[in-house]
Design a protein around this ligand. Sequence first.
Ligand SMILES: Nc1nc2c(ncn2[C@@H]2O[C@H](COP(=O)(O)OP(=O)(O)OP(=O)(O)O)[C@@H](O)[C@H]2O)c(=O)[nH]1
Ligand SMILES: [Mg+2]
Length: 374
Amino acid sequence: MKEQETVTSEHCAGCGVKLQTTDQDRSGYVPETALTRDPAICQRCFRIKNYNDAASVTIDQDDFLRLLSGIAATDSLVVHIVDLFDFEGSLISGLQRFVGNNPVLLVVNKVDLLPKVTNLNRLRNWVQQQAKAHGLRTVDVLLCSAKRNLGFDRVIEALDRYRDGRDVYVVGATNVGKSTLINRLIRDYSDLDRELTTSRYPGTTLDAVRIPLEDGKAIIDTPGIVYPSRLTEMVPKQILQTILPEHTLKPLVYQLNEQQTLFFGALARFDFVQGERQSFTVYIAPGIKPHRTKLERADELYRTHAGTVLAPPNEDMLGEIPEWTRHSLRIPRDKRQDIFISGLGWIQANGKTGALVDIYAPKGVKVLLREAII
Ligand SMILES: Nc1nc2c(ncn2[C@@H]2O[C@H](COP(=O)(O)OP(=O)(O)OP(=O)(O)O)[C@@H](O)[C@H]2O)c(=O)[nH]1
Ligand SMILES: [Mg+2]
């Protein structure tokens, strides 16, 4: 009889990657001695958990799309998680194609980031409309914060109602909080002693991870889809800490005249080109301090101060940000609109008189006008 090759069939309990004990530089590495731990986790997860390490590996998007497409052939409930801070950047508009006839529950995470005054009913309607406009058919829409434990009873209720004895696939773009949400379920609603790896860096979960349910079915965490149109996917990892908000956003209101400019570090620029004096409200992470100037001085300021006065990023990382492209937007009158910059945040135009604005953002970043979220 031919001898079978011995390969470890174990997967990392934190990120799903297949474990191996031979190559430290490849994903899934675990020292032989640590392999016997229960549950076993890879060295990368160990480092993320213990040192908040930024180590990232790029996962093969083809593999991932195969995993996602496989869901169509299963009988399951699909929970699609979207990040409220980067709604259009993290919505999978082609999701229906992947999931076949399985029902989709849309869960919008990170509501804790919106100011406390936010009207949640209006917000839910807003989400419903946007989802519909993107061709998403959903059985229900829920808002929650997995990290701060808001809206979770509703999530549990909906899972119970729509699961109907099936597996649950949790899908979404990178960094939206899929693993954090499942950890919340495990911690507060089960007796399991498991913890998925989570981190502020996109691309933490590397392969499907099955978390068993009492009825023999499972909740399945999946790696996030990488959308290159999000600022957070194209900047150096070191500045993510500055551009991703962790706490409730503090809106910044600017009364601007036409021909004035706001710089958001050296990451993006907003020119109020034409229109009556009006206010603009900026929703971005507090680590980025907008810099206001006259439009006629803006080019020169960027040339001389990008990476110093205009930071992040600092000079040493400036070269890693793609060149800017300009988006000219016409804000209609009598309609409150957001100028949305994927991964950076948004600027609400409060004027009733309309405006012409130019946005400069790294090439490839999704920039669009939308009905105001707040
Ligand atoms: N403010 C806030 N942050 C959250 C919330 N949920 C998750 N996060 C943060 O978002 C980041 C990403 O969380 P993960 O759970 O790793 O996200 P993921 O979707 O599993 O990411 P990938 O595995 O990369 O696809 C972490 O820094 C979390 O702390 C939330 O409800 N509110
Ligand atoms: Mg994850």
